[in-house]
Each structure stands twice: as structure tokens, then as C-alpha cells.
Design a protein around this ligand. Structure first.
Ligand code: HEM
Length: 406
């Protein structure tokens, strides 16, 4: 295969590729499962290779080193990029271990399960708001609102402050894309960061004066009483919870509903057998993964999938390609959607030490969103399924809009 042909196989800049990246993933997985791109980074597509990479202690993020060595070292001067570098998402041990430990205690399976009735109530409220009109934009009116309200609850963001988070997304998904950002995109991300910083500074002050039973109070106290994290880490890890849990979960709901309507037999089966819901959520995340990829950099030479990833080389791990690997999902055909697929061990939430902290929360949000939606709007139909508008982000896969009527 020529280099030009290889490049075409993985071109997240191309809207047609983003609309349906799966044939390209398959071609890579079958022909060059560890592909070294002309730009010098590796692209991994097999479930076994990606699982090994994510668990390998000889690989990590090396956030600053990677930027300094990359084609755009100046990006580290951009506030939004620098601030991302403060988050556990891209930090390596021991910083990662310390930061994750501070937040993890708020995300135990038991605490998440206790949130289920409240999450169900939020879903009912959102449907109450649109039911009589007979239509909604699923993305705007439903999918984006649920995770924002849930994380606002967890962070103790007062009701009166929530409109700004509900009205527009402050998430800059492009920051975690493998392709360069334009000046305009960077400016927008920097402005969003400034606004977030102003808001959270005032929230931290408020929680110092009026402590609550919420995660923000716990993190502020960890900062003030134990010196367990810096001001910048407090700021940007609190923001991370917003960013990491918002668009990803919204996209689970949007992509999942679309998939159910593309496979009406599966929708009918789920309606008839609601006990399949937890499995169906895993299958939605496998089939149209909200997070298509992550990346790791080698701290030393590492053998994986029959190649040597040399020290300081990076690997793009296409989680969504691994999620359709027939070696991991032999039957039924991984290119089909099956709500009863047995043993869905997908990589949708990553793996290893960075395994998604909010996985259980996202699953519960998904289960409640779909259960209530199917129960209360059983005749819901989608419009424009032949002319979908995918967001311009690659790593975070989701629709800009999805019209529904009932
Ligand atoms: C369907 C929804 C979600 C998906 C598909 C998803 C996916 C992921 C993935 C793939 C990673 C690992 C990234 C990597 O290894 O580089 C991750 C990490 C993370 N996620 Fe999620 N996520 C979802 C929802 C949430 C929610 C609701 C929260 C919290 C409110 C959350 C918080 C986090 C955090 C804090 C990390 C970083 C963990 C670490 O670095 O140790 N996520 N997520």
C-alpha cells in the first residue's frame, strides 16, 4: 500500500472519514494493525495490542515532553493546553496516583448507585419539559442536559449558577484531538478556560465559607488542610470532571439512540426485554464509541503487536477500532449491533490506570436515560437519519443535532 493510500485510511481531518471511520479502521486492523504513520506516530487498532499498551507501565502520557518534541511545542504556551496538563487525564504516576486518589473516593460504585433515583428523576424532568410539544432536539434538549445536571449536583454547583453550563458547552473537545487546532479554536478554548477559572474561583471561595456535602468542598479542603494538590490542580481537575463527563455521556445517549433506530429489530427487542438494558448500554458504547481514541508515549523501547515502539514515540490507540475487532468479539459479527451480545468487554472506557473514573456513573445515566425514554415516548421516531451532522471533533464522537418527534 502506498503512503498516500495509508494516509487516506486515517484522516480525521476529513468529514467523510469522521462520518464513517469504521471501514478505515477495519482496513488498518486487517492489514497494518500497528501502523507507523508518515508523521512518525503509531496507530494501533487491535483489541489485544491496545489492552497491552494501556496497561504497560513503560508507557504513559509524557504530556510536556511530547509537546516539546512535537511539531507544535509553542502550544504549551496556550493556557488551555497548559491547563489540560494539570489534569489527571494526562499526568503520569506519581502525580496521577495522587490526583486520582483524591477524587476516586467520590466515585465508588455504592455512591454512584445511590445517585440512581435522582438521575431517574432528572430524566423524567427533562422529558416533562418537552413531552407536550411532541418534538425535541435529542442532543440539545436531553443528551447534553442530563450529564451537566448530574455533575453540577456532584460538584455542589448552586441551582442559580447552572444556566451558563446548561446553555452552552464550555467543553473544547478539539483539545484532545490528534489533529492541529486553528488559531480560532485555540482562542475559543482559552476564553472558555478563563470563564471557567473565574467561575470556579468564586465557587471555591463560597465553599470555603459555606462547606457543603459535595466534591468541590472535599477538594478545597484537601487543598487547604492537607496541601494535597496545588491551586492549579484543584482548578483544572474540577473542570476536568465537567469536561470528561459531559460530552462523552451526551454522545452515549445521542449515538446510542441513533444506533437503536438504525437497527429497529434491536430497538424492539430492548423494548420487549428491558432487563437487557445494562448490556445494551455496553453494546452502544462498543458500536459507536463516544471516545474513539486515546494515546500513549513510550518511556523506553516497547515491543507490541510485532513491532518496536521506540522510546519517545507515541501510539494512537483507536479504542473504537479495537471495539470491532473480531478476535475480541467473535460472534455475532462485530460490525453488527446486538443488544444481547454476550460478554461485551469493550475498551470504551479505556484501560489500565486511566480507566474512566466516571464509568459507573455514565452507565447509570445511560440506563436511566434509555429506560425512561423508551417507557415514556415509545413512539419516538428520528428525523434526518440519512443526513446526519457529526461534530467536528474526532476523539469525542457525537452528533451536533438529532431531531425526534412522537
Ligand atoms: C459514556 C461516557 C464516558 C466515556 C465513554 C468515557 C471514556 C473515558 C475514557 C476512554 C477514559 C480514559 C482516557 C485515557 O486513557 O486516556 C476516561 C477517563 C476519565 N473519565 Fe470518562 N468517560 C465517560 C464518562 C465520564 C463521566 C460521567 C465522568 C465523571 C463525571 C468521567 C470522568 C473521567 C475522568 C476523571 C477520567 C480520567 C481518569 C484518569 O486519568 O485516571 N468520565 N473516560
Amino acid at each position: 500500500m502506498t503512503e498516500a493510500a495509508q494516509e487516506i485510511l486515517f484522516n480525521p481531518m476529513d468529514p467523510a472519514f469522521r462520518a464513517n471511520p469504521y471501514p478505515a479502521y477495519r482496513a488498518l486492523r486487517e492489514n497494518m494493525p500497528m501502523w507507523r504513520s508518515p508523521f512518525g506516530f503509531w496507530v494501533a487498532t487491535r483489541h489485544a495490542d491496545i489492552t497491552a499498551i494501556l496497561r504497560d507501565k513503560r508507557m504513559g502520557h509524557d504530556f510536556e515532553g511530547r509537546h516539546m518534541r512535537g511539531p507544535e511545542p509553542w502550544r504549551l504556551d496556550e493556557p488551555a493546553v497548559r491547563n489540560l496538563g494539570q489534569t489527571m487525564l494526562v499526568r503520569d504516576p506519581p502525580d496521577h496516583t495522587r490526583l486520582r486518589g483524591l477524587v476516586a473516593r467520590a466515585f465508588t460504585a455504592r455512591l454512584m448507585e445511590e445517585m440512581r433515583p435522582r438521575i431517574r428523576q432528572i430524566v423524567h424532568d427533562l422529558i416533562d419539559a418537552v413531552e407536550a410539544s411532541g418534538e425535541m432536539d435529542v442532543v440539545r434538549d436531553f443528551a447534553h442536559k442530563l450529564p451537566v445536571i448530574v455533575i453540577c449536583d456532584m460538584l455542589g454547583i448552586p441551582e442559580e449558577d447552572r444556566a451558563q453550563f446548561l446553555e452552552r458547552s464550555r467543553v473544547s473537545g478539539r483539545l484532545v484531538d490528534p489533529t492541529p487546532m486553528s488559531r480560532e479554536e485555540l482562542d475559543l478554548a482559552n476564553t472558555n478556560n478563563l470563564e471557567l477559572e473565574a467561575y470556579f474561583t468564586s465557587l471555591f471561595e463560597r465553599r470555603r465559607r459555606e462547606p457543603g456535602d459535595d466534591l468541590t468542598t472535599a477538594l478545597v479542603q484537601a487543598r487547604d488542610e492537607d496541601g494535597a494538590l496545588t491551586d492549579a490542580e484543584l482548578m483544572w481537575n474540577t473542570s476536568l470532571l465537567f469536561a470528561a463527563g459531559h460530552e462523552t455521556t451526551a454522545n452515549l445517549i445521542g449515538n446510542g439512540l441513533l444506533t437503536l433506530h438504525r437497527y429497529p429489530d434491536q430497538l424492539a427487542r430492548l423494548k420487549a426485554e428491558p432487563g437487557l438494558m445494562p448490556n445494551a448500554i455496553e453494546e452502544m458504547l462498543r458500536f459507536e464509541s463516544s471516545v474513539q481514541m486515546t494515546g500513549r508515549t513510550a518511556f523506553e523501547d516497547v515491543e507490541v503487536g510485532g513491532v518496536t515502539v521506540a522510546r519517545e514515540e507515541s501510539v494512537i490507540c483507536l479504542l473504537a477500532a479495537a471495539n470491532r475487532d473480531p478476535e475480541a468479539f467473535p460472534t455475532p459479527d462485530p460490525e453488527t449491533f446486538d443488544v444481547a451480545r454476550p460478554g461485551v468487554r469493550a475498551l470504551s472506557f479505556g484501560g489500565g490506570i486511566h480507566f474512566c473514573l466516571g464509568a459507573q456513573l455514565a452507565r447509570i445515566e445511560g440506563e436511566e436515560a434509555f429506560s425512561v425514554l423508551l417507557e415514556r415516548l415509545p413512539n419516538l421516531r428520528l428525523e434526518g437519519m440519512d443526513d446526519l451532522s457529526w461534530r467536528p471533533t474526532f476523539t469525542l464522537r457525537g452528533l451536533t443535532t438529532l431531531q425526534a418527534r412522537w
